[in-house]
Write a protein that binds this ligand. Structure first.
Ligand SMILES: [Zn+2]
Ligand SMILES: [Zn+2]
Length: 472
C-alpha cells in the first residue's frame, strides 16, 4: 500500500525543497554534458566565445531572455526569467587557465601540451549555476512563484575582473541577493577571499653601451630591481596577512645594452579592501622612489582589482542549513580508484580525508590568517548581499590551479560535486523567493557592513575591460 502510494506521488505534491532537487536531477544530464563541452573548449578570459554561447543557448531554450555582450564584454551575458521582486541573481563563470591542459586521467597527461585547461573548475561553475537556474525557473513556473531570476554569465574571473565592469554597467543595481559557488575539495559555505590589485609598472630610461658609455645610460631594469627591493623592506611594516608577489616581464634586451625599458607585473592582496588601498599607495610610492633614484620615469597600468568577499551571516546560516540538507556524495569504486591514483602525485603529507566528499563542513567565521585567493565575486558582495558554496569537485587534497584540479573537473567526481552545488543554490534561491523576511534581513546586515567603508574599486573609473589582458 505504502509502495503504491509513493510510486504515484506526483512531483507537485512533494515538499518544495525536494521538488527543486528533483528538478535539478532531471536537468542534470544536459548540464553535465555542458560542463564537459566547456572543459574541452578551455577558453581563456574574455575569449570564452564557445562556452558563453553554449550556456546562452541552453538557457534560452529553457525559457530565459538573453541579453548578450553586455558591459563591453563580448562573452558576458544576463539570462532572465520572471518579473518583479525579489530579484535573485546566480553567478556563472567559464574561463580557463593557461598551461593546464589535462586529460581526465589521474596522471599528468595534457590534451594539448601548453594549452589552457580548467584548473579552477569554471566549466563546472558555469554549467552548475545554469543547472540551478533552470531548476528554480521550472519550479517558479509550475508553482506561480513571483520574482525575477537572473543568471549572470561573467567572463574573465581569472585576473580579468569581468564582474567589476558588469557592476559598473549597472547590471546588479536592482538585485536583492546574489548566489554563487566555486569548485573545491570539500563541501562548505564559501568563506572569505582576499582583496587584490594587479598592475604593471613600466620604467623608461636611456639606452647606452653598457661598457663603452654606461654613464650615458639610465637603467629601467635598475628601477624594477629597486622597486622589488623596496617591496621586500616594506613587507616588515605591513600586516602579516598581506601578500605581495611579482615577476619581471621585461628585463631588457641584452647585457651589453643599458635597458631603456623594463617592466614588472605584480599583485598585492589583503583580507580587507580599505586596508589594501593603503598598502597599494605605499607600493606606488616605492615605484616613484625607484624612478627618482635611477633617473627614469615610471608608468602604472592597473590590470585588475577585486574586492574581498564580504560575509553575510543571515545568508550564510541559510546556506549552511541548505547545504546540510543536500549533503555530499560518495565515490563509486572507480572514482575511489581514480582519487587514490591522483593523490600519488600530490606532495608527501597531503592528508585531506577522501571522505570529505560525503561531509559538510561546519559554518565558521572567516579567519584572515587562513590562506586564501581572490575573486571578483568580492566586488559583487560589496554591492549586493551575497552568499556562496564550495563543493568537493576536486579530489580532497588537490588545490585549484593545478592539472589535478583540471583532471577532476573533467570527470564524474567533478560532475557529482557540481550537482551538489546546483541543488544547494536552487533551494536557497527558492527560500529567498518565498520568504521576504530573509531578503530584508540580509539587506539590513549588508547595509550595516558597508556603511563605515563604502565600496571602491581600485580599477580607475572609465577604464575599459582589459579584453586582451591574457596577451599583455
Ligand atoms: Zn582560479
Ligand atoms: Zn576559480
Amino acid at each position: 500500500m505504502f509502495l503504491a502510494f509513493t510510486a504515484t506521488l506526483a512531483l507537485g505534491q512533494l515538499p518544495a525543497h525536494r521538488q527543486v532537487q528533483e528538478l535539478v536531477d532531471l536537468h542534470a544530464p544536459q548540464y553535465v554534458e555542458a560542463s564537459k563541452a566547456i572543459w574541452g573548449f578551455a577558453e581563456m578570459g574574455y575569449h570564452e566565445d564557445k562556452s558563453s554561447a553554449l550556456l546562452q543557448s541552453a538557457l534560452k531554450s529553457a525559457g530565459f531572455r538573453i541579453d548578450a555582450g553586455v558591459a563591453g564584454e563580448p562573452t558576458a551575458f544576463v539570462a532572465s526569467y520572471g518579473t518583479g521582486q525579489p530579484v535573485i541573481g546566480i553567478l556563472g563563470e567559464f574561463d580557463a587557465l593557461p598551461g593546464l591542459s589535462q586529460a581526465a586521467t589521474p596522471d599528468r597527461s595534457p590534451v594539448v601540451q601548453g594549452a589552457p585547461g580548467h584548473g579552477c573548475g569554471h566549466n563546472l561553475l558555469g554549467a552548475g549555476a545554469a543547472l540551478a537556474a533552470v531548476a528554480i525557473k521550472d519550479y517558479m513556473e509550475k508553482n506561480h512563484v513571483t520574482g525575477t531570476l537572473r543568471y549572470y554569465g561573467t567572463p574573465a574571473e581569472e585576473g580579468g575582473s569581468g564582474k567589476v565592469y558588469m557592476l559598473r554597467a549597472g547590471l546588479f543595481r536592482d538585485v536583492d541577493v546574489v548566489l554563487h559557488w566555486h569548485p573545491g575539495s570539500h563541501n562548505a559555505v564559501f568563506g572569505g577571499a582576499l582583496a587584490i590589485v594587479s598592475a604593471k609598472f613600466r620604467f623608461h630610461g636611456t639606452a647606452a653601451h653598457a661598457a663603452l658609455a654606461p654613464d650615458r645610460g639610465r637603467s629601467a631594469l635598475d628601477a624594477v630591481m629597486l622597486t622589488g627591493n623596496g617591496i621586500e623592506f616594506l613587507r616588515e611594516h605591513i600586516p602579516s596577512t598581506s601578500r605581495v608577489h611579482y615577476v619581471i616581464t621585461n628585463g631588457g634586451a641584452a647585457p651589453n645594452i643599458v635597458p631603456d625599458t623594463a617592466e614588472m607585473f605584480l599583485y598585492a592582496r589583503h583580507p580587507s579592501l580599505p586596508a589594501l588601498e593603503g598598502i597599494w599607495a605605499r607600493i606606488t610610492n616605492i615605484e616613484q622612489g625607484a624612478a627618482l633614484m635611477t633617473e627614469t620615469t615610471a608608468d602604472t597600468t592597473i590590470i585588475s582589482s577585486d574586492a574581498n568577499v564580504l560575509p553575510n551571516d543571515v545568508l550564510s546560516k541559510l546556506a549552511q542549513k541548505n547545504l546540510e540538507a543536500v549533503g555530499g556524495f560518495q565515490y563509486t569504486a572507480d572514482e575511489q580508484h581514480f582519487a587514490e591514483e591522483l593523490r600519488k602525485s600530490l606532495p608527501a603529507g597531503t592528508d585531506a580525508d577522501l571522505r570529505y566528499t560525503s561531509l559538510v563542513q561546519p559554518l565558521r567565521p572567516i579567519d584572515p590568517n587562513e590562506p586564501s585567493a581572490s575573486t571578483d565575486v568580492g566586488d559583487i558582495a560589496w554591492n549586493v548581499p551575497t552568499v556562496g558554496f564550495v563543493t568537493a569537485t576536486f579530489v580532497p587534497g588537490v588545490v585549484p590551479h593545478t592539472w589535478q584540479a583540471a583532471a577532476s573537473a573533467g570527470m564524474s567526481i567533478g560532475q557529482k560535486g557540481m550537482v551538489v552545488a546546483s541543488k544547494a543554490l536552487a533551494i536557497t534561491a527558492l527560500d529567498l523567493f518565498t520568504d521576504p523576511r530573509l531578503v530584508s534581513d540580509a539587506k539590513a546586515e549588508f547595509k550595516k557592513r558597508t556603511t563605515a567603508a563604502p565600496y571602491k574599486s581600485l580599477i580607475p573609473s572609465g577604464q575599459a575591460p582589459p579584453l586582451d589582458y591574457r596577451r599583455n
